[in-house]
Design a protein around this ligand. Structure first.
Ligand code: C5P
Length: 214
């Protein structure tokens, strides 16, 4: 299984299409967030699926339960593989999201990796999300082991905040691809270290090589 999810945080459809094609030997799931979705919506989802790849729709739904439930239905009908809801939305919202028939994988955001928090807070939100029926959570690399120990190994943990080399940006709770996967991450989410690299294919290949045997 290819464990890297590429965060397609670019403005331009053509640039996104080139990344999907070029990186396809090393990446199976492409994350579409608001930046690209607000530009290209359905077309971007279709392009990724037409290239035989999966879409992780990262719009972090956080609204009244009925709106989130209907948003999950719309995402399902678009053909996405996974999506995010925000754990702050509370138990009623999370449960209703999970009640949607044939829903894509639902991953709940615990606490954004750009924010300082405590492992206890992340774990509290992960447990709540699990009780409500979500498939997994987004957490920083630093909480993977605690979540797996408390919520079980089948409860998926998806981790952004991955930095192959020293980087100086807004991510506060970071780890290398190897250490995140060794700690039990089911997927690592990587954006800028690949898309802003001089040679994105080389960086994606290096990450792939570094974790493929783990
Ligand atoms: O560029 P970088 O590797 O930091 O990208 C990480 C991606 O993961 C971004 O698209 C960001 O929106 C997303 N993300 C995150 N922290 C979360 C949830 C999602 O960084 N808790």
């Amino acid at each position: 299984m290819k464990k890297t999810i590429l965060a397609l945080d670019v403005f331009d459809f053509k640039k996104a299409e080139k990344l999907v094609k070029d990186l396809s030997p090393y990446i199976d799931v492409f994350k579409v967030g608001p930046i690209l979705f607000l530009q290209s919506g359905r077309e971007i989802i279709k392009m990724i699926n037409d290239n035989g790849k999966k879409v992780f729709l990262d719009l972090k739904f956080h609204d009244i339960p009925a709106t989130v439930q209907r948003s999950v239905m719309s995402a399902r009908d678009l053909g996405v593989y996974s999506l995010t809801v925000h754990s702050c939305g509370g138990d009623e919202m999370l449960k209703l999201a999970c009640s949607v028939e044939n829903h894509p994988k639902i991953w709940a955001v615990t606490v954004l990796t750009s924010q300082i928090t405590t492992p206890e807070e992340v774990l509290r939100r992960a447990k709540l999300a699990k009780e409500c029926g979500v498939n997994g959570v987004i957490s920083s690399p630093l909480e993977i082991e605690t979540i797996k120990n408390s919520c079980g190994k089948d409860f998926e943990v998806v981790t952004p905040g991955i930095r192959p080399a020293k980087a100086n940006d807004d991510q506060k709770r970071v780890a290398t691809p190897e250490s995140a996967v060794k700690a039990g991450a089911d997927y690592i989410v990587v954006g800028r270290p690949i898309i802003e690299a001089e040679d994105p294919v080389k960086v994606a290949k290096n990450i792939y090589e570094s974790i493929k045997e783990l």
